[in-house]
Design a protein around this ligand. Structure first.
Ligand code: IDP
Ligand code: MG
Length: 156
């Protein structure tokens, strides 16, 4: 089982889309293991987006992410990182495929509603940045045996 960090960005919160977006992940079968509402501190946003430091959009991105509250969610599932990225769609709302979150809910390239970790390494780093260990909850949904084929003891 993999965990990924999702952020409902300020535009998703302001537009009242958190519930609809979270529902998509729950419907897919991804499991919530952490959830909180917060305003991101500048230092945290800078650390989170450090890989983009120096790029033309970096300063605007940090400003945007700290401008208004966000919801941060830790999702768990088999291949959760890749599945969430696929559901998010391409980075720019203007060319994200219909059916994806960015494709269905936005047109902007910078206000693109959602962040999702893009690798196992990034997920580990980002989850640590936004959640204390005791804020991530180990639990097994009672419906697990109908989300995954558990016949061999591991989710399939
Ligand atoms: P991702 O969110 O799909 O992983 P990244 O390339 O990691 O995309 O970029 C991080 C965030 O920076 C994007 O989600 C978007 O908000 C913003 N961003 C990326 N490229 C641009 C750009 O060219 N113009 C404006 N904002 C951008
Ligand atoms: Mg990225």
């Amino acid at each position: 089982m993999e965990r990924t960090l999702i952020i409902f960005k300020p535009d998703a919160v302001q537009r009242g889309l958190c519930g609809q977006i979270l529902t998509r992940f729950e419907n897919k079968g991804l499991q919530i293991v952490g959830l909180k509402f917060m305003t991101i501190a500048r230092q945290t946003a800078e650390t989170h987006y450090a890989p983009h430091k120096g790029k033309g959009f970096y300063e605007g991105l940090v400003k945007f992410m700290t401008s208004s509250p966000v919801a941060v969610v830790a999702l768990q599932g088999k291949n959760a990182i890749a599945i969430a990225r696929k559901m998010m769609g391409a980075t720019f709302g203007s060319n994200a495929e219909p059916g994806t979150i960015r494709g269905d809910f936005g047109v902007s390239n910078s206000f693109n509603l959602i962040h999702g970790s893009d690798s196992v390494e990034a997920a580990a780093k980002e989850l640590k940045l936004f959640f204390r260990d005791d804020e991530l909850v180990d639990w097994t949904p009672t419906i697990q045996a109908w989300i995954y084929d558990m016949a061999k003891g591991t989710p399939e």
